[in-house]
Every structure is written in structure tokens, then in C-alpha cells.
Design a protein around this ligand. Structure first.
Ligand SMILES: [Zn+2]
Length: 239
């Protein structure tokens, strides 16, 4: 969400899903092989286990995919940061901390997001420094459950699967869109941190999406609202 009311969703990079799937497959194959295949003796007389040829082969392929993942992620993050600082002088990013952590697919996705988010902050800081611009982190606490327009706080929070709702605030007729509402609150908090006079409520004037195509972004917009058939759920906010 920017200061002119332009709401942009930056899609997570498509390649992560593909590469993660490949990583899972290679890991499973590798771990089915014998790791401790052959007992060897070092020149100094100590012992070690030489993994089987197949284990070593699969492990090398796995490291290749990890390297590819790191390189492409880096390129994605720099493309995001360069594009943002091309357009803006200051960028505010939420202090996103996902819950959980562990081994299920859902948890891993959350961990991936966490690491992507953490790295985006680093890259934003570097690009901001290089270009003499600013990066600010805003506290996300309560930003989802608080209606940007009337300030009503939904008790107990909004479950993750609820993407939009009718604000129950007295006299409020707004229909907040989850991430967009949070991003509008984030913009308000960012303005506060910048000590810039904020003109209060900021309406969304247009909606856009950025989709990473490997080199840059494919931009779509302005998109219309759900009344005209395009689902609001397609439109999320930054981050
Ligand atoms: Zn409200």
C-alpha cells in the first residue's frame, strides 16, 4: 500500500514451490541409500565411513538444487528491493513472525516465508543504504484485527482463512480485506515512525499485482474490485 492509495500484491516467487518439491524428492531418494557404506581408514589410522556412490551422487545433485534456490531467491529479493526503491523513498515492512516451526509441509512453508521475509528486510536495508533511502519496520501486532477505517478491534483476532469480513464496529459499514487492511494500518504506522503528518484514513485507489518472471516483474493492474467479478482474495498487500 503506498501513499497514493495504490495497493500492490507481490506474489511469492513461483520457483520456490518447484525447487522445494525437487529438494524433497532428492532428499527422500538420497536418504534411502546407504550412508555408511564402507569403512575406511585414514592415513593417520582413524576410521570413517565412506557413503555409497549413489548417496554421494544424489547428495551432489541436492546441493546443486540448494545453490539454485539460493541464487534465484537472491535475484528475486534484489528485484523487489530495486523496484520498490525505484518507485519510493521509504519502505515500511511488518515485523512478521509466523507461529510454529517444525516438519509438516504447512510449517515448513511458514518457515520459508519467515526466512524470505527476514532476507527481504536485509536486502531492503542494503539497497536503501546504497540509494540513500529509508527502510522502516513497523510492529504488526493487531494490524489485521483492527479496522483501518474506524479503529474497531475484533476480539480474538481474524482466523487465517478469513480473507475479508464486515466490520462489526458501531456505525462502520466497511468490508475490510484482510491483508489490504493490515497494509493500510502498516502505512499509518510507518508514517507515524517517519514523523510525517498523516492525513488520517487512506483509501485504496487502485489494485495491482507484481509477479516475478525470472528477470523482472509482470505487472497487472489496475484491477477492479469483487463487485465486478475479480475476487478480492487475489489482491493482497505488501508484505
Ligand atoms: Zn470499521
Amino acid at each position: 500500500m503506498d501513499s497514493h492509495g495504490k495497493a500492490t500484491e507481490i506474489h511469492p516467487p513461483y520457483f520456490l514451490k518447484t525447487l522445494d518439491k525437487r529438494i524433497d524428492q532428492l532428499k527422500a531418494k538420497r536418504d534411502r541409500c546407504k550412508k555408511q557404506a564402507k569403512r575406511m581408514t585414514r592415513p593417520d589410522g582413524s576410521l570413517f565411513w565412506l557413503p555409497s556412490r549413489r548417496w554421494r551422487y544424489l547428495n551432489a545433485r541436492l546441493q546443486d538444487v540448494y545453490r539454485k534456490r539460493r541464487e534465484q531467491t537472491k535475484q528475486f529479493l534484489y528485484t523487489v528491493a530495486n523496484r520498490l526503491y525505484h518507485d519510493y523513498d521509504a519502505v515500511g515492512i511488518g515485523d512478521y513472525v509466523p507461529h510454529g516451526g517444525g516438519i509438516t509441509r504447512k510449517m515448513r512453508r511458514s518457515m520459508n516465508n519467515q526466512s524470505l521475509n527476514r532476507r527481504l528486510k536485509q536486502v531492503l536495508s542494503w539497497v536503501a543504504l546504497r540509494s540513500g533511502k529509508q527502510v522502516l519496520e513497523w510492529a504488526e501486532g493487531g494490524s489485521t484485527r483492527t479496522c483501518h477505517d474506524c479503529g474497531y478491534v475484533v476480539e480474538g483476532g481474524i482466523p487465517p482463512e478469513v480473507r475479508e469480513w464486515d466490520c462489526p464496529g458501531p456505525g462502520c459499514t466497511r468490508h475490510p480485506i484482510r491483508d489490504e487492511n493490515a497494509a493500510r494500518n502498516g502505512l499509518r504506522r510507518t508514517f507515524k515512525a517517519l514523523e510525517l503528518p498523516c492525513s488520517g484514513r487512506r483509501e485504496v485507489s487502485s489494485r495491482w499485482t507484481w509477479r516475478f518472471n525470472g528477470l523482472g516483474f509482470t505487472l497487472r493492474g489496475p484491477l477492479t474490485d469483487s463487485a465486478t467479478g475479480i475476487s478480492f482474495q487475489e489482491i493482497k498487500s505488501f508484505p
